[in-house]
Design a binder for this molecule. Sequence first.
Ligand SMILES: Cc1cc2nc3c(=O)[nH]c(=O)nc-3n(C[C@H](O)[C@H](O)[C@H](O)COP(=O)(O)OP(=O)(O)OC[C@H]3O[C@@H](n4cnc5c(N)ncnc54)[C@H](O)[C@@H]3O)c2cc1C
Length: 418
Amino acid sequence: MASTVRVIVIGAGFGGLSAARALERPGVQVVVIDANNFHTFQPLLYQVATAGLDADDICFPVRAHLRKRRGTRFVLGAVTAIDLVDHTVTVDGDRVEHFDHLVVAAGSVSATFGVEGVDEHTFPLKTAVDALALRAHLLGRFEAAAASVDGDIDLGIAVVGGGPTGVEMAGGLRELIDKVLRKDYPELDLRHVPITLVEAADRVLGPFHPSLSEQARSALEKRRITVQLGVGVARVEPDAVVLADGRRVPAGTIVWATGVSGSPVGALLGVPLARGNRVPVAVDLSLPGHPNVFVIGDLALPPGTPLPQVAQPAIQGGAHVARQIHAQLDGRPTEPFVYRDKGSMATIGRNQAVAELPNGWKFHGFIGWLMWLGLHLVELMGFRNRANVLVNWAWNYVTYDRGSRMLLSHPPEASPHD
Ligand SMILES: Cc1cc2nc3c(=O)[nH]c(=O)nc-3n(C[C@H](O)[C@H](O)[C@H](O)COP(=O)(O)OP(=O)(O)OC[C@H]3O[C@@H](n4cnc5c(N)ncnc54)[C@H](O)[C@@H]3O)c2cc1C
């Protein structure tokens, strides 16, 4: 009887699940390990933070996803060690799992870039827990302002980082305040709550065509968001962002959306890491010197121009390494990974998005927004989640309201990282 080959996939994100789906075949046992029992659709995290969606609309149970795959098993736990000599992965410090092939798809973490005060005083937006913490803080600020007798609660918001996450977050916050909170808090004058978007580069949405960056900037400014370009952040204080030129942007809520660096799981491989803690890999996405180990997604840095840390390279990388592992099992040579760019999109809010296709076609405004809605619905995992999101979006659009505004603890934590 032919022996079974065991492939461990670390991470049930975009890359890991794509690899797991494509890996399964007779004689291959796949073990997916993740620190969470759910997959997070990160592109819609900002909607959870701004009360447009519930967290479980965009999170999907991994076991439900893998349920029909007889050759795949799920292990819930954090990977704490990887031994490339003994071919083992340790989970939660003591559970040892053996592999013949390993796919590392542990993604990335929010990057502070060493800026003082970021850890203590800002809210990252990388996980469902981050989004819920930010939502609780925001709603808590408005409750505190409503209860305050001397009106000393600063409701101003600073969003640092003018990439898609920062732009979407700033637009979503303005909509939340204008369309929902102004009605919820008649005792507060919320017509002039300042929202500032700070970006070190000279335009927002750097990877997009400059004309779309300009569309996005103008759409943000129409929504009364101050766009501060060409200046970095020197440090963050409890109640303000201090810019490199010395100016202060006072804010009671500071969202840190400047980018990501590779997951700490990369360091467990024991190889020198590249810029942004990414793991340098060979053209076929294998770890140099370890042909049975592959790294994909946000964590991987293949040779050449760095791939963007977005979902498509992870999804395509997952399918690619599954094919390479099958090739190795069949005695065939591996092939280089070729990334197919499918375009980029970002929304600024209701009826307003920018989209750029690989052939150079550009869309903005209502058409861009419809494309954005359609793509995100199609990409979401699970019929129930898609249906929930569609119903929520339709409800929000028609009623100008948002349903997900529960405050589970009051008063909320004083600091983002308590
Ligand atoms: C706010 C936000 C908005 C975004 N918007 C977009 C967008 O609009 N379009 C787009 O294409 N991309 C977007 N991205 C980027 C996209 O989500 C990532 O590029 C993509 O998720 C990377 O896939 P991955 O498989 O490498 O990692 P992930 O999808 O992050 O998955 C990594 C998995 O590894 C698990 N893990 C981590 N450490 C351990 C450990 N020690 N042990 C076990 N498991 C572990 C995590 O729990 C996670 O499930 C966005 C990201 C964020 C944060």
